[in-house]
Design a protein around this ligand. Sequence first.
Ligand code: AMP
Length: 468
Amino acid sequence: MKFEDFGLSTAIMQALATKGYSVPTPIQHQAIPVAMRGEDLLGSAETGSGKTAAFAIPVLHNLTEKGNPSKGQGRRIRALVIAPTRELCSQILDSFFAYGANTPLKFTAIYGGVPQSGQERALRNGADVVVATPGRLMDLINQRIVDLGHIEILVLDEADRMLDMGFLPDIRKILSYIPKNRQTLFFSATMPRNVQILADTLLNNPARINVELPKGSTSERIEQSIFMVPQKDKGSFLVSYLGSESFNSAIVFTRTRHGADKVVMRLRRAKIYAEAIHGDKSQSARQRTLDGFRNRQVNVLVATDIAARGIDVDHISHVVNFDLPREADTYIHRIGRTARAGAKGKAVSFCDSSERSLLRAIEKLTNKRLPVVQPKFEFVPEAAPDKSEAPRSEPYRKVTPSRQVAAPRSSGSSSSFGSSGSAPGDFPRRGKNKSQKSKYNKFKSGGGSGNGGGSGNGGGGGHRSSAD
Ligand code: AMP
């Protein structure tokens, strides 16, 4: 089946052609016709399955088919998408902009962590589709800034995560402001009992769609392994590990914000272009970093768990658990950042001996023994701060490199990533232009300069009306 077979408007078909989509993914194949008919839908699908387009396309279609009754400030919110995190909201908003670029509809997103004023302005100027996190939406409802009394279509995305994050009371309140006579599209990766109960209260005789990603479950496509690495050596070990792998983009998880910043510094010293994303960064800095990562201008994203929620980037080939997560199920969320959309991926964890109990908890939860492997690359441990460095602690042995360690392109040095690295002080500075960036080794297998094209899709223009 092709997109033409759905009977979508030319405006949407042109936008899909611009995106390069010709064949619908399985969830789109099943969900789009049902949703176009105005029926309720209960979709069980993972991120990476193409579920955003599976709801965005019929929402756009249905809204444009029914015409646009009011203009300017009289424009009413006709579709509401509720999603758990600002990052996910922002990605969903981007999808609406992309697929709805040729329609007369206006879109905006509202989420916390940024000043409210820009969002108020966008709402005052009118929006047909609003993508929102429950918390900020509830704030705006309480202040009577947002009116949900004319909603025709409601979408809940990643409902299981919203409930995990404690949003059920907010969601219930929000629902009380939305007309009952509406279409509801409900998506969740998993369907535990509390999610099913919520779905039952919201949906009216829904079509049930359950889509598995191709080639087995995500975890089957992820090669998982453990390196035993003393905490103090993890920074250098990471540099050596990344140098030995040919990777597209990597995400490194640390437990703390400070830890994330330290890892970024360490990687930059080795001329690997990394950026941190965590709660100490402003929303605009986080967005800039994410755009850079998505455009492949940033090679390694170093993140804390909270900040990484909702980051859905297809080309992440490697996930590194620099620190093991305290909660075992966080491990599953982390490694699920790779092997998207049927691809393969690697997830490695650096385990200090003090973290063995966390490792055991992960193995218990996943019911899988994770192989502890020896590095196949030369590794020089971090130099101790003083001269009398203690002998290297045990867990790993030096192995004759099976592969040449990929030293930073510009540096002539061979295998030692040890203490000195390159001169500190040549980190990229925010706001410096592209020529600056070219100093940083991209470590990409084939990608060349990527498809960056400047500053991503942020900024002004068009009909983007949210504050970002
Ligand atoms: P999602 O699950 O919505 O996050 O989508 C996963 C990825 O698949 C996104 O990068 C989409 O741009 C991409 N995608 C969605 N639908 C299609 C399609 N029909 N053909 C090709 N790529 C698609």
